[in-house]
Design a protein around this ligand. Structure first.
Ligand SMILES: [Zn+2]
Length: 181
């Protein structure tokens, strides 16, 4: 093999692994989800910032999120599909400028994938139901998990404890015994 052929072989192998690498990164975001909407539908439903964060993996400026210092009891749900993602019980002050949790509400409600956007590997956190980008998870959190789920306020909405969501309300109505005459 001459030098030129070797160079071409080398280049094409680099290109192939690069394509595989990029494809792996996009796979998580592009995977079929329970809640799937067109780009136009997401743009209509979400504010420009919510869209940029959840659909384009943008990060809100540190210290800017409206849920950053929220101390009320309740559930943090996905802004895109209402799936409960985090409980106030696991929220802590990380000092980073983003709402932080040490565990997800239910592990199966979130998915993680590796993201190299800043030139080094970070673990991206995605809503498993609608594929929304939520933030990242780092291994410098408090006990008992040692994890720090660093979330964007813009990807979340807060449901205060005691305020029944439509689905729960319906279930409660169904459970009520039929009055006997
Ligand atoms: Zn979602």
């Amino acid at each position: 093999m001459n030098v030129r052929a070797l160079r071409i072989a080398l280049l094409s192998s680099v290109a192939t692994s690069l394509v595989a690498f990029v494809a792996a990164g996009q796979e998580a975001a592009a995977r079929p989800r329970k809640v799937m909407k067109s780009d136009a539908e997401w743009r209509k439903q979400l504010t420009p910032q919510q869209y940029a964060v959840t659909r384009q993996a943008d990060t809100e400026p540190a210290g800017s999120g409206k849920l950053l210092h929220n101390k009320a009891k309740g559930l943090y749900e996905c802004i895109g599909c209402d799936t409960p993602l985090f409980s106030s019980k696991t929220k802590f002050e990380s000092g980073t400028g983003w709402p932080s949790f040490y565990a997800p509400f239910d592990k199966s409600n979130v998915e993680t994938s590796t993201d190299h956007k800043l030139g080094y590997a970070r673990t991206e956190v995605i809503c498993n139901t609608c594929g929304a980008h939520l933030g990242h998870v780092f291994e410098d959190g408090p006990a008992p998990t040692g994890l720090r789920f660093c979330m964007n306020s813009a990807a979340l909405k807060f449901a205060k404890e005691g305020t029944a969501r439509p689905a729960e309300k319906k279930a409660a109505e169904k459970d009520q015994p039929t009055p006997k005459n």
